[in-house]
Structure formats: C-alpha cells, structure tokens
Design a protein. Structure first.
Length: 160
C-alpha cells in the first residue's frame, strides 16, 4: 500500500506535545524538573511500546480500530486512521500494525461500514445471533474497540 502523508489529517500525541513544547519555548517557559522526568518516562514507555509493536509485526499480527453498533442488524465500522483519533495515530507512529479501511468512498470519510453478515460472510445465523464460522472478510487478530458511543454489550464466542 502506498501511503501519502498529504492524506493524513490526524495529529498524534507526539505531534501535539511537540507543538506545545514549541509554544512553551517561544513564550520562554522553562521545563521544570518534574516535566523533564515525565518526558523521560514517556520516551521510555514509547520505546517499550515500539519494541512490542515490532514483535507484533514480526508475528504477522493485524490490528483494526472499529466501532460496533448492534442496531439495524449490526454494523462494524473501520476507523479511517488518516482522519480520526490522535491516540490511534500515535499507536501507528510507534509501529502498531493497524489496518486502514480499504476502499473508502471518500478519503475524508471517518469510517468504512460493513453489515455484520458482510463482515462474517460464512455466518448464516438465521437471526439467532449464534455463529460457528467467524471467518472475517479481512483477517484481524486484535480489535481496538471505540466504546464511548456503544450502548449495549458485545459478546463474541469463538467456536473451539
């Protein structure tokens, strides 16, 4: 996949911290010892996260950021990482293998939506919400679920 940074509108936490530091420097605000200590801890945590992400890449683990809605038969919405969420952008900058939604209708769309039966095409539960074939249209090993606007409970039971 070709990535064009010109299509990335989301800032990361790292970008935000850098901009705040630029502002503080411009205003002549000095870093306190506590700020320096906290920045060092953040750098150590970011390094540890990057090492973990590198290992996930080696193992072929794929993560996806989604929202899930139970209404209207259920919908899985893949998050457009180029447009939304400074935390997800930070995870990606630190190396977490995140899947970008394929075939967005417009590059500025926030989500690519799939009905549950389209996401799990082999699952014909007949409306019972029971499914033995949870093969997905895109292989995902780790789900990063946005839960602020999800009212309800999502329960997935994997068949043995």
């Amino acid at each position: 996949m070709n990535v064009d940074d010109g299509n990335c509108f989301a800032c990361s936490v790292i970008d935000i911290i850098d901009r705040l530091q630029e502002l503080a420097d411009f205003l002549g605000v000095s870093r306190t010892a506590k700020v320096v200590q906290e920045q060092q801890k953040m750098c150590e945590a970011a390094n540890e996260f990057s090492l973990m992400a590198k290992d996930l890449h080696k193992r072929g683990v794929r993560c996806v950021a989604v929202t899930v809605r139970a209404d209207n038969g259920g919908t899985v919405n893949l998050v457009n990482l180029n447009k939304l969420s400074w935390w997800l952008r930070t995870f990606e900058e630190l190396g977490l293998p995140l899947i970008h939604p394929p075939l967005l209708d417009e590059p500025t769309d926030y989500f690519k939506s799939y009905k549950i039966d389209a996401w799990f095409p082999g699952c014909n539960s007949g409306g019972t919400n029971q499914c033995e074939d949870l093969t997905q249209i895109y292989p995902v090993d780790c789900w990063l679920l946005e839960t602020r606007s999800f009212n309800g409970c999502l329960r997935v039971t994997l068949a043995p």
